[in-house]
Structure formats: structure tokens, C-alpha cells
Design a protein around this ligand. Structure first.
Ligand code: WTA
Length: 635
């Protein structure tokens, strides 16, 4: 039976929840103790367990029966230190940061909560937020939490069609957006995208618009001004829904993962504090967009629950130049910097001078997330950005896990960190590696499919509208285990290294997308008969589409046509880089993606067993096509 851990409504015990039936089973708090004391370094772990227990007790005390996430994130800090800065909005225009104190954020959120309530949003509703990182986006998320509505933040780079699909699935009647977004100096009319999306969403009753590029307070901000700054929080059970967040799976349809109140918040706060060594007074700089889980947990909920100061980054790593991150670190005195390997690899190419130009002495911890970080990028991050004195934490986790599950820290002070390895499971996380026969690998040194053997507070509880898909995706492959979809290796020392996805999900520029989603978009071009999309190693992007044309189709303009279709149906970032024409298939008609992946990576010696191919000549054609394309693109 698959189990999920949650903190229950009356907060007197920790209980396990059967994911298949969602029936609660009472277990004592010591379940956490067992997890930790079973690991090798018992004394250190016991110490961690005490910290964890202490944190749990603090939460239990601060959140008695039926309280609200909001009180934990805002009210208590606004009461104890109202003038402390909660958010620093690092706007696209460098040097134009806006600071928002806990008092101001509380007021802004209460006004937004009152407005939503007055306009009919009720406990249990779901509000879609389609906004770039800005204080009002955070206030909107927290306003939903305050009045008991779930929020569904959709990354503001998604197309109208992708947005509409998410609004429909979430059955949102309210959407909040901005007139225009500004990123890398480029203005995009987000409101137009929303208008186009809601035409296909009969559930939408109202759209609130904030004026990002209008100096006059108008739109939602103006409406909020007439609302009261006091907003009665809805009474919420710890297992009520906090938010939905759509992410890609291995089928074409994105899944709305459901996260609940108390367990999620506890886990985001604890991991934020212990993985990054976040201390009171620090400035935490996570540059992820709030449209992804990283933004939810480490821009909004984790830092705010800890009463911290969090940076909301609206720009890009290279705007106006490749020194942007480090100039910001100097100006805002950032203590922890958390970013994606794709950006690190991009910046590495521009050279050290862009980093060295700025004072980075405030930095204490550097973090990486979203995909494996290669050794070269890790070492550059450590030696150049961190001047060799900041621990680099390669943090492994997923939208499904709610927070970091494997990372080099916390650990004993000065414990070794191996470049490019996530290494150590967080408190209460017990990974297992499964072999081809579905058995757990017992030797220290081994590799396999990464599963988690025990529930943890931050885990998603369901897929919105499709609990069966949740059970099937995560708990059926290895009965009794949560299957992550990733492969991993364990070293002799017991450290974990993530080797990549085992299913058809790829990472493009740090964003997660299913190959099936891209194939659906490519196949909608009239000239395309069929296609196969694979990810390939590429410093920044890496989507490779193999496309078979219909017999009478003409090639002229095809690449532009395919790219338009992908950017209309998903987002620009998912556009493929390369195209060739024939698909190697097995005799039963299955596309051999393994072969395509190897060709895309240029690893022709690693093609493996080709004996099951229907027509081996297709492989040669694919290889030839790939070579021609490479030659064509060479300057
Ligand atoms: C990948 C992002 C290697 C992994 C927080 C996972 C990683 C997927 C790492 C989740 C890492 C994330 N090393 N791979 N440190 N972190 N991944 O849901 O394949 O957008 O399953 O959550 O990103 O992506 P998601």
C-alpha cells in the first residue's frame, strides 16, 4: 500500500495517509526518528532529528486546529517585525528594485483577499494566476491561501492554448494577470494571451489585470485600494488544498499536482532553512520564476514561513549583460544564491570577468536545481562565483516532492561535497534504487530507478481531477514505493547521483516538458506525418525532433511552421533545435527512442543492439541526416 505523510487537523499526532484510499492511519511521531536513526551517521542524525522534532513542535504550537498557511507566512512576522523586508522585487530594469516589508505585504494581501471575496471567490475555488514574478503575484497567491481558495500559477511564458488547458482543468472562474510583462527588455502583452485563452474557457467569470507598464495605479491595484487592510483568514484543515501546479508527465496531458497546507509549508520551510543554512537577516536569492515549483517553495513559501527576505527576480541572466546576477548579488547583498545549471553553463561561456567585476563576499551558499549539473559547470560555480569558499548544493527534487529531497547539506559542518552529486537524503527521506526486476538494490554501490520508500510532509497528495492517474504514475511501477521517474547511482559511501529521467520527460533550459507534448504540437503541422522528440545534451537547450513528412509535403518553410506550432501550443522555449526525416522502428512499430537519443548526442558507438529494428537502413538515414544538418549549421 502506498502511503503519504501528513500533519493532521488537530495537530496532536502525525498520521500516515493511504494514497490509494486516502484513509488516515495513525502512527506515532517517532516514525521520523526511525528514518533518521537507521542511517549510518547515527549521532549526527539524532541531532538532526532533534532539530526536526523541535521544528515540528514549533509548527504544531503555531498552527493549532484549523489555522491558515497565511498566518504562518505573514501575520506572525508582520506582528513581530513589521518593517522587516519580506520581498525585494528585482525588476527587469537593473537597479530599480522595490522593497516590500512584512507589514506592506500583509496589507496588500488582505486587500487582495477582500477583493476576491467580495467578487465571489469562495473557499474551495481555484484562482489561476498568470503573472511574472512581482509582489502582487505573491500577494495574490497568499490572498488565495487567506480566503481558502487554491491557486494555480501558470508560468507566464506558456502560450494561450497551454494556459487555456490549465484553466479548464482547474475549473477556475477567476484569472489574475498583468497588462504586459517585461523581461530582458522585451515587452509581451500577457493580457492578450489571457484574452485568447479565456475565449475557450467557459468557466471564467472574471479577469483581474495589474498594470505592470502603467505608472498610474489602475486595474486590480486601484480596486484593491478601496478594500480594508484587515481580512479574516478562512479556517483551514492541514489537509485542505493549498495549490495546484501543472507539470509535464510522459503523456501529452499536463497534470495538476495537488499540494496541501501544513505538510507542504513545513517541508518548504525546513528545507529552506537547513539546506541553504538560511539565518535570520539573510537575503535569499532564488532566481526561479514563480510559475515553477522552485518559485513556489523557495521564492514564496519557504522564505516567508521562516520570516526571511526573498528576492523576486523578473529578468534574465544576461540582461543587460552577463554580469546581471552578480551585480544583483553585490547590490542586494544576497547570502544564498539558487539557480539552474542551464544558466550557469550559459554564463560560464561569457567568461570570468563578468563575475569577478562584482563583490560577492555576501554569498554563503550556492544552490543548483532542475537538472544534473555537469562537473565543469559545478567547478566554475564553486571556484569562480563562490571563490572556493561557498558550499555548492546540487539539490534534487520535483514538483511532486514539494521541496528538496536530496542535497549535500545539511550535514556535519565541512563534510565533503562531491561535484555534481546531490549526495545526502534530507531528514526523513529514504531513497531506494530498483533494479530491472523491480527489486531494491541492496549493495551500497549500485544504480537503478530512484524511489522513495517512506512518505514525507511535502509530497503531493493527488493529481487534480484524476486521483487514479496519481496512483498509477507514482505507486504502481514499484508497489509500496513512490517512483520518481528518475534514475540514480549510489556510491560506496552511500551518496546519490541523479543520472536523468527514465521516462519521456525532458528538461529544456531548466523547464520540464514531456516529449509527447512537443510531438503533439509538431504533428499538428499539416506537412507532418509523424514525429519523435528526444532530449539531447546541449549546454543550454536541447530538443531534437525527428520528423517524417507526408509524401506530397513540401519542405520550404517547414522549420518555421513547426516552431510556430510548438510556440503556439506550448511555449517558445520548447521549440526543437534540429530536424531529420526517418524514424527507426521495431518490428512491432515502436519508435526506438534510445537510438534517436544516441544519434542526437552524436554517440554513434553507443547505439546498442539494433537487431529488433524493422529496417536497419533507417538508422543510417537518420545518422546521415544528422550529419548534413550539422554541416549546414556549421558557420
Ligand atoms: C530533474 C524541479 C538532476 C529531475 C525542482 C526531476 C534534477 C525533474 C535535479 C523535476 C538535480 C531536478 N539533478 N536532475 N539536482 N533537480 N531534476 O518538477 O529529472 O520541474 O525529476 O521540479 O527535474 O522537475 P520539476
Amino acid at each position: 500500500m502506498a502511503l503519504g505523510l501528513c500533519l493532521c487537523g488537530n495537530w496532536t499526532s502525525v498520521r500516515l495517509l493511504s494514497v490509494s484510499t486516502r484513509e488516515p492511519l495513525l502512527v506515532p511521531l517517532t516514525v521520523w526518528g526511525k528514518v533518521i536513526t537507521n542511517t549510518p551517521a547515527k549521532s549526527a542524525c539524532f541531532f538532526f532529528f532533534l532539530i526536526l522534532l523541535n521544528a515540528l513542535c514549533e509548527y504544531i504550537a503555531s498552527w493549532q486546529k484549523e489555522k491558515n498557511v497565511f498566518l504562518n507566512c505573514l501575520d506572525r512576522h508582520a506582528l513581530s517585525s513589521p518593517e522587516k523586508v519580506a520581498l525585494i522585487w528585482e525588476k527587469d530594469e537593473p537597479g530599480s528594485e522595490v522593497k516590500v516589508t512584512y507589514r506592506q505585504l500583509l496589507e496588500m494581501t488582505c486587500r487582495a483577499g477582500n477583493l476576491l471575496r467580495r467578487r465571489g471567490v469562495k473557499k474551495g475555488d481555484c484562482v489561476t494566476i498568470y503573472m511574472p514574478p512581482c509582489p502582487l503575484a505573491v500577494a495574490s497567491m497568499l490572498a488565495c491561501a487567506r480566503i481558502g481558495a487554491a491557486h494555480n500559477v501558470v508560468f507566464a511564458g506558456f502560450s494561450a492554448e497551454a494556459l487555456a488547458e490549465r484553466i479548464r482543468d482547474a475549473q477556475s472562474s477567476t484569472v489574475i494577470t498583468v497588462n504586459e510583462s517585461v523581461r530582458g527588455g522585451k515587452v509581451t502583452r500577457l493580457k492578450d494571451t489571457v484574452d485568447e485563452a479565456v475565449r475557450g474557457c467557459p468557466t471564467v467569470r472574471q479577469v483581474f489585470v495589474a498594470m505592470r507598464t502603467d505608472a498610474q495605479p489602475s486595474g486590480i491595484l486601484q480596486e484593491m485600494m478601496s478594500e480594508d487592510v484587515v481580512c479574516e483568514p478562512a479556517a483551514m484543515d492541514s489537509e485542505d488544498v493549498l495549490f495546484l501546479l501543472y507539470t509535464s508527465g510522459s503523456t501529452g496531458k499536463p497534470k495538476g499536482l495537488v499540494h496541501t497546507q501544513a505538510g507542504y509549508l513545513l517541508y518548504a520551510a525546513l528545507t529552506h532553512k537547513y539546506v541553504f543554512d538560511y539565518r535570520d537577516g539573510d537575503v535569499f536569492g532564488c532566481v526561479a520564476d514563480i510559475g515553477w515549483i522552485t518559485g513556489h517553495s523557495y521564492v514564496v513559501y519557504g522564505p516567508l514561513a521562516n520570516g526571511g527576505t526573498s528576492v523576486l527576480f523578473e529578468s534574465t541572466p544576461i540582461y543587460p549583460d552577463p554580469g546581471r546576477y552578480w551585480e544583483m548579488v553585490e547590490r542586494l547583498k544576497i547570502n544564498q544564491f539558487y539557480g539552474a545549471p542551464t544558466a550557469i553553463r550559459l554564463l560560464l561561456k561569457y567568461g570570468d570577468q563578468w563575475v569577478r567585476k562584482y563583490d560577492r563576499s555576501s554569498l554563503r551558499t550556492l544552490g543548483s536545481v532542475g537538472e544534473p549539473i555537469n562537473k565543469e559547470a559545478w567547478e566554475w560555480y564553486h571556484a569562480v562565483v563562490g571563490e572556493g569558499r561557498c558550499p555548492v548544493v546540487d539539490t534534487w527534487w520535483q514538483t511532486e516532492t514539494g521541496g528538496i529531497c536530496i542535497a549535500p547539506r545539511p550535514s556535519e559542518p565541512h563534510a565533503e561535497i562531491v561535484p555534481g552529486m546531490a549526495m545526502r537524503p534530507f531528514f526523513g527521506i529514504k531513497p531506494a534504487l530498483m533494479d530491472g526486476e523491480g527489486r531494491a538494490v541492496t549493495s551500497d554501490d549500485g544504480s537503478g530507478a530512484l524511489c522513495l520508500t517512506q512518505p514525507w510532509p511535502g509530497m503531493a497528495r493527488s493529481i487534480h481531477n484524476d486521483h487514479q492517474r496519481f496512483v498509477d504514475t507514482y505507486f504502481k511501477t514499484y508497489p509500496g514505493y513512490f517512483f520518481t521517474g528518475d534514475g540514480a547511482r549510489r556510491s560506496e559511501e552511500g551518496y546519490y547521483q541523479i543520472t536523468g529521467r527514465l521516462d519521456d520527460v525532458i528538461n529544456v533550459s531548466g523547464h520540464r516538458v514531456g516529449t509527447a507534448e512537443i510531438e503533439d504540437a509538431v504533428n499538428q503541422c499539416s506537412a507532418v506525418a509523424e514525429s519523435a522528440v528526444v532530449g539531447c545534451a546541449h549546454p543550454v537547450k536541447g530538443v531534437y525532433a525527428f520528423v517524417v513528412l507526408k509524401q506530397d509535403a513540401r519542405e520550404a518553410g517547414l522549420v518555421a511552421q513547426i516552431n510556430d506550432s510548438v510556440s503556439d501550443k506550448i511555449a517558445k522555449y520548447a521549440c526543437p533545435d534540429h530536424f531529420v526525416r526517418r524514424l527507426p522502428k521495431t518490428r512491432s512499430g515502436k519508435i526506438m527512442r534510445r537510438v534517436l537519443r544516441k544519434v542526437a548526442e552524436g554517440d554513434l558507438d553507443g547505439l546498442g543492439d539494433l537487431s529488433t529494428l524493422d529496417d536497419p537502413a533507417t538508422v543510417q538515414e537518420v545518422i546521415r541526416g544528422h550529419r548534413d544538418l550539422a554541416a549546414e549549421r556549421r558557420p
